[in-house]
Design a protein around this ligand. Structure first.
Ligand code: AMP
Length: 406
């Protein structure tokens, strides 16, 4: 009896890499993997648009690992991944380690917020794959700590975010330091004109791979809870009490609110960590580690955690503050329902949030279901939408809990 071929083998991946994929537990490739992997393996440039949580990292890492593992050299990097945030850089590095388990390729991650010295030593030691944030990589490049002239595969991940964060010139300088003969893969959750121009400038006849568009994954149940602005934190505490299972990621707009809210939750005996750009890197690392390991139930974060973070335990995303940019809403809610999971994304909506909510609903091309939480009905109601408003009754005991004020 012949064994059925694994679907990942049909994409052109080597048996050893297919074994790794099996070991990780993937049965079927996701859409982006099915579309992108054969094209990348064929050596073509790829301009990929994929929504968050679609398996994009494996779509570029698996073929890169296959290409580089044929001749591991551990000298100057031959694979280079540039990504906007430190946390994403670390996450991609872990993916390279996981997916490259069958090969002897070595990877390094470098990013801001840490000392240059240890990174410099690692770079001097050499690697096959370098994962980096743009600013820090440019810093090393200018100091002559890294040589990008051997790069065969260049991956620009979350290109739209790098553009938004003002990294465009850094990215261009980095790309100039790599050979023209490289293969370039550019991934972006959205495809604004800036990204298109960048792609046009940096890529050779790229194959466009477009999976879905700017929409949250289907497994995410989205709700709006109207509430008075001043009672948002009480409502959050109430909701946390309703969710005994799974972890919760709470988004705030500012660093100060993230810190304040984490303090409030801590005084109510919630195991909470916070993450924002104002923290030192080692604090950010520690917070994320605790959350990843599940020792903290709640992570309160600014948009720094909106993109790409892949933490399986997250069952609930809460927009404590409504994001200013509607695209950030899509990224934030994409932190739950990763892979095939399901999850809830709730947005605490004060009347002053109305304009942003409408912008989000326009982007989604639909209204998000409104649900009043008994005991938290706002004194000033936001304008109603075309959609029916639902009231859900909670058990009385829980309602009593809600009423307890600080
Ligand atoms: P990403 O979009 O790369 O951040 O991946 C989102 C999540 O999907 C990660 O937890 C991956 O481990 C998971 N994933 C990636 N590819 C597959 C697959 N083919 N089947 C199931 N889960 C996957």
């Amino acid at each position: 009896m012949t064994e059925d071929r694994h679907p990942f083998a049909d994409l052109g991946l080597h048996p050893a890499i297919v074994e790794v994929v099996k070991g990780v537990g993937y049965v079927e490739p996701t859409d982006i993997q099915r579309e992108a992997i054969p094209v990348v393996l064929a050596g073509r440039d790829v301009l990929g648009m994929a929504q968050t949580g679609t398996g994009k990292t494996a779509a570029f890492t698996l073929p890169m690992v296959q290409r580089l593992s044929a001749t591991p050299s551990r000298k100057a990097p031959r694979g280079l991944v540039v990504t906007p945030t430190r946390e994403l850089a670390q996450q991609i590095r872990r993916a390279v380690t996981t997916y490259g388990a069958a090969s002897s390729i070595e990877s390094i991650v470098i990013h801001g917020g840490t000392r240059l010295g240890p990174e410099q030593e690692e770079l001097a030691f050499g690697c096959d794959v370098l994962v980096a944030t743009p600013g820090r990589l440019l810093d090393h490049l200018k100091r002559g700590n890294v040589d990008l002239s051997s790069v065969e595969v260049l991956i620009l991940d979350e290109a739209d975010r790098m553009l938004d964060m003002g990294f465009i010139d850094d990215v261009k300088t980095i790309v100039k330091a790599t050979p023209d003969t490289r293969q370039t893969l550019l991934f972006s959750a959205t495809m604004p004109n800036g990204v298109r121009w960048l792609a046009h400038e940096l890529m050779r006849d790229p194959e466009e791979v477009r999976i879905g568009h700017e929409m949250p994954a289907e497994g995410i149940r989205q709700l709006l809870h109207p509430v008075d602005w001043s009672r948002k934190h009480e409502l959050l505490l109430h909701l946390l009490g309703e969710w005994p299972d799974g972890q919760v990621l709470v988004f705030t707009r500012t660093r100060d609110t993230a810190t304040y809210l984490a303090d409030v939750l801590r005084t109510r005996a919630v195991s909470v960590v916070s993450l924002h750009g104002g923290k030192h890197q080692d604090q950010r690392d520690k917070a994320l580690k605790r959350f990843r390991e599940g020792t903290a139930k709640v992570l309160v974060a600014t948009n720094v955690a909106a993109r790409g973070l892949d933490i399986r335990g997250i069952r609930h995303v809460v927009n404590f503050d409504v994001p200013e940019d509607p695209r950030d809403y899509v990224h934030r809610v994409g932190r739950t329902a990763r892979g095939d999971d399901t999850g809830d994304a709730v947005t605490l909506m004060a009347s002053s949030d109305w304009v942003e909510i409408r912008a989000i609903e326009r982007l989604l091309e639909r209204n998000i279901e409104r649900q009043f939480v008994p005991g938290f009905e706002p004194e000033v109601s936001p304008p109603s939408s075309e959609e029916e408003t639902k009231v859900v009754r909670k058990p009385t005991a829980l309602r009593r809990g809600i009423r307890r004020r600080k």
